[in-house]
Design a protein around this ligand. Structure first.
Ligand SMILES: [Zn+2]
Length: 189
């Protein structure tokens, strides 16, 4: 017997199915090029060729695609968990901790419908779905702290973005490298 009423199960199942649809739609809408960083860069920047782009444009684009890929990893992970939660539901195993077999409280299932663990046994990767524990002891920063930090430490601007994504590999040609020096010079003024 499950500790969940059939209404509660219906609610959780609906939440899981909705999330599954959202996630599947996300991957469908973005197409397969997500898996291949750089392959359709020209397409997504809307330029005919990435050769004569301002390198910082390409850098920003590469940076954002890199971030998209990291997001996709997280979403793919969530989709996997959503699907296996639905499978557990079909098998009548849903709502019990896989570790200790105890009932997972309905409130927790509402917050994270795909979870397969009680709070005590949740693997680390589940933590990101909860609010960070530090939040309970955090105090708001003094007003203006963020602005000051930005002013003193420098912005994460386009030039920095390029530097930090360069490690992903570039298709720089000597011409682009030369252009980049000019760009650096301009932006350094
Ligand atoms: Zn447990």
């Amino acid at each position: 017997m499950s500790h969940l009423s059939s209404e509660q199960k219906q609610e959780l199942k609906a939440a899981l199915l909705e999330r599954k649809q959202e996630l599947e739609h996300h991957f469908h809408a973005n197409g397969e090029d997500n898996a291949l960083l750089g392959d359709s860069l020209t397409e997504s920047t809307g330029e005919l060729s990435s050769y004569d782009n301002h390198p910082a444009d390409v850098g920003t684009e590469v940076f954002e695609r890199g971030r998209d890929l990291a997001v996709n990893d997280t979403l793919q992970d969530e989709l996997d968990q959503v699907i296996s939660a639905l499978q557990r539901m079909d098998r009548g195993e849903y709502g019990k901790c896989l570790e200790c077999r105890r009932d997972i409280p309905f409130e927790r299932l509402q917050a994270i419908p795909y979870t397969a663990y009680c709070v005590e046994h949740t693997p680390n990767r589940d933590i990101s779905s909860d609010r960070p524990v530090e939040e309970e002891v955090m105090t708001p920063p003094p007003s203006g702290a963020g602005e000051n930090r930005q002013r003193h430490d420098g912005r994460f601007d386009d030039a920095d973005a390029w530097e930090s994504v360069e490690e992903y590999g570039t298709s720089n040609t000597p011409a682009m490298a030369a252009k980049r020096d000019v760009a650096d010079y301009d932006e350094g003024m």
